[in-house]
Ligand binder design. Structure first.
Ligand SMILES: [Zn+2]
Length: 113
């Protein structure tokens, strides 16, 4: 993957936080309050913000390089695999996950262990 494409995807993502999600400080504070005292609450909030943001960027800008960046990265955890499968399922784009239906079931089963 070209370095320029990675930089462009990173810029899309960071600007997306201002344009799409969470886009205002009030939302960040409310999400933080909702997840306060929850196990892994801050991590879950960050995943929620990034997933929501990326899906909105992909829906609004079909030239974004975000899918290529994720495709170039090798997911290490089951959470990362599940997120890529979710992106692939929601967008119909290739995020590098093969056999999405089988892998989604395996990732979901392992997260419940
Ligand atoms: Zn982010």
């Amino acid at each position: 993957m070209k370095e320029d494409d990675s930089v462009e995807a990173l810029l899309d993502h960071e600007v997306g936080h201002f344009l799409f999600h969470p886009y205002c400080l009030e939302r960040v504070i409310r999400e933080g309050q909702a997840m306060k005292n929850k196990e892994n609450g801050e991590t879950a909030r960050q995943f929620y913000d990034d997933i929501n943001n990326n899906l909105r960027i992909i829906a609004s800008k079909n030239t974004t390089k975000i899918p290529e960046v994720y495709k170039a990265m090798k997911p290490e955890s089951n959470v990362e695999k599940a997120i890529l499968l979710f992106y692939q399922n929601q967008t119909g784009l290739d995020f590098g996950m093969e056999n999405p239906e089988d892998n989604l079931k395996i990732a979901a089963d392992k997260m419940q262990e």
